[in-house]
Ligand binder design. Structure first.
Ligand SMILES: *Cc1c(COP(=O)(O)O)cnc(C)c1O
Length: 385
């Protein structure tokens, strides 16, 4: 992934650390997605980039939002989208949160348990619920398989309980795991959805939509050898198109689809300008020499995902360098504040203060900024038109 000229220019002229988003790039990614998946509504998962300008831009292009709390719902509404294009996609909700969302006009709620259904019935009477099915999460960098979703067998009593409580059993949802790298995971998700749709049909429950969740990949991440991960995006789109056709057939035609990308829309169109603290060398207790590259930016100020993702680093003041493998780490006194996967190649000559660009770091960066862990300020944010 080559960053756009605008993004490069903004990184090059920044005099201090910051995160830069390229709205045009995000908009193009959105437009491509809509083109690739006709008939599927896009609801951006806000937590991947809760930046007002980004949200408004996506809303202007027709996106809705997957929100996870009353505050996210309020932020989504401030973009001007009607409440019907926002759903409360978090299966974890308090009574107060449900009531507040309902007051704000939200009528679509995710659920995965009888307890949550009872709470929705009490605090959002008549609402529409969609039941999240658990997936294995295999093939994804982050599986998300433990905390969310019920089994296929449990989805039936959950939606039956919703119907009995005066709610509308409206849909099913899945999430194949974040940065899903395989098409098989999508195939498995469609198998699961088909199975549950058929079972529900036998019980007289007809749903009006299926929510395909997030999981579409960023394209600019690298593996530990510096090779692009290269997720098979086109094949994924083909599997999703086939899967939606098949489910529509099963449902007799009247089935809408929603997809909730987060990372895919924003990761590659955001980048961080940070700077080098120091490249240092020391021996490990076993005597092995090791280089460490300490950066101004790490796990607690923008790179929370650095222990799974190998970002591409650019050292603009060292174009043709002699490289050494170094473990990259952030500036705090926390030993988790480091790249776990493997050393990356770093110019041997880097000096304290040299700029470094961290590419494809736009997803889950601003939402994971701490308020001054060890006194390191949250990154300021610039949004390019
Ligand atoms: C976080 C989240 C998403 C977005 O996931 P990505 O992997 O970033 O696309 C979508 N849906 C739900 C319910 C989420 O919690």
């Amino acid at each position: 992934m080559i960053p756009s000229a605008g993004l490069r220019a903004a990184l090059a002229t920044a005099t201090g650390d910051r995160i830069v988003y390229d709205l045009a790039g995000i908009g193009e990614r959105y437009a491509t997605l809509v083109e690739e998946l006709p008939g599927v509504s896009v609801r951006f998962a806000m937590k991947a980039c809760p930046v007002d300008h980004v949200l408004s831009h996506l809303a202007g292009q027709g996106a809705g939002f997957d929100a996870a709390s009353p505050n996210e719902i309020a932020q989504a509404l401030r973009t001007g989208v009607p409440p019907g294009r926002i759903h409360y996609g978090n299966t974890v909700k308090s009574d107060r949160g449900i009531a507040e969302a309902y007051r704000l006009g939200i009528r679509d709620f995710a659920t995965d348990s009888l307890e949550d259904v009872a709470a929705i019935a009490a605090h959002a009477p008549g609402a529409r619920v969609f039941c999240r099915l658990a997936t294995s999460g295999e093939g994804a960098l982050w599986g998300l398989s433990r905390k969310f979703g019920c089994s296929a067998a449990d989805a039936v009593p959950v939606l039956e309980a919703a119907r009995a409580a005066g709610l509308t059993p409206a849909g099913l949802s899945v999430h194949v795991g974040s940065q899903q790298m395989t098409t098989e995971a999508w195939q498995d998700a469609f198998e699961l959805l088909a199975e549950v749709l058929v079972t529900l049909g036998r019980r007289g429950i007809r749903l009006d939509h299926v929510n395909l969740g997030g999981g579409l990949p960023a394209l600019g991440y690298h593996d530990r050898h510096g090779t692009p991960l290269g997720p098979p995006l086109d094949k994924m789109f083909a599997v999703i198109r086939e899967g939606t056709d098949r489910l529509r057939e099963l449902a007799g035609g009247a089935l809408d689809f929603v997809i909730e990308p987060g990372r895919h829309l924003v990761a590659d169109h955001g980048a961080i300008r940070a700077h080098v603290y120091r490249l240092s060398s020391r021996r490990r207790p076993d005597g092995e020499p090791q280089h460490w590259l300490y950066l101004s930016c790490g796990k607690f100020n923008g790179l929370y995902e650095m222990d799974e993702v190998q970002y591409r680093l650019v050292f603009p003041t060292h174009p043709d360098a002699e490289y050494v493998p170094a473990v990259v780490a952030g500036p705090t006194c926390d030993s988790d504040d480091a790249y776990a996967p493997a050393p990356v190649l770093v110019p041997r000559a880097v000096q304290s203060g040299d700029p470094v660009w961290i590419l494809s770091s736009g997803a889950y960066a601003t939402s994971y900024l701490t308020q001054g862990f060890n006194g390191f300020d949250p990154l300021p944010c610039t949004v390019l038109p």
